[in-house]
Design a protein around this ligand. Structure first.
Ligand code: FES
Length: 178
């Protein structure tokens, strides 16, 4: 005895609609392209930011000179002139101001010249110390000991109308220290 089997589609299954398939296919291509662009824009922005962020020569006000007593070193903070709206707290930069004489100011970047850790000022010993690898700098910013290849970066400063300001439109590097 032979049996014959027939595969039968359910009676209520609708026939495939080629037009609908094509529309769904295009929709998935468009959504895929949009999500690729959405994911790629921030990455592209990050990669191009060094080129797009042009240095500025803006003078940044640090306050009246009376805020900086002679023979003392003070930590100041200021807003990065190259900041973006989404930078949050990272837009605040810091520097050490040393008033060596009545009209002599030195302003140092807080970043160690070895790998960039923020240094701390210790007035008792008159030294800047880096917590990362033990770099030490004298009060005038020159290198005292440890791995840093040079002294602290010095930011250009000026006094006008009794107020101290600095040029801080770009971060110093070993290749371009000043
Ligand atoms: S980062 Fe300061 S000593 Fe290495």
């Amino acid at each position: 005895m032979t049996t014959t089997e027939h595969s039968q589609a359910p009676a209520d299954a609708a026939p495939a609609d080629p037009h609908r398939r094509r529309v769904l296919g295009w929709l998935s291509v468009v959504l895929g392209a949009l999500s690729t662009v959405a994911a790629g824009v921030p990455i592209l922005g990050y990669l191009l930011s060094p080129v797009l962020r042009t240095p500025t020569n803006e003078w940044i006000d640090l306050g009246p000179v009376e805020d900086f007593p002679e023979k003392q070193t003070r930590l100041v903070d200021f807003v990065d002139p190259l900041h973006r709206p989404w930078d949050g707290d990272s837009q605040r930069l810091a520097a050490y101001v040393r008033r060596a004489g009545p009209d002599v100011f030195q302003v140092f970047s807080v970043n160690c010249t070895h790998l960039g850790c923020p240094v701390s000022w210790f007035p008792q010993s008159g030294l800047f110390l880096c917590p990362c690898h033990g770099g030490v700098y004298y009060e005038d910013g020159s290198h005292a000991s440890g791995p840093p290849p040079r002294g602290l970066y010095v930011l250009e400063n000026r006094v006008a109308n009794g107020r101290l300001s600095i040029r801080a439109g770009r971060l110093p590097t070993l290749q371009q220290p000043g």
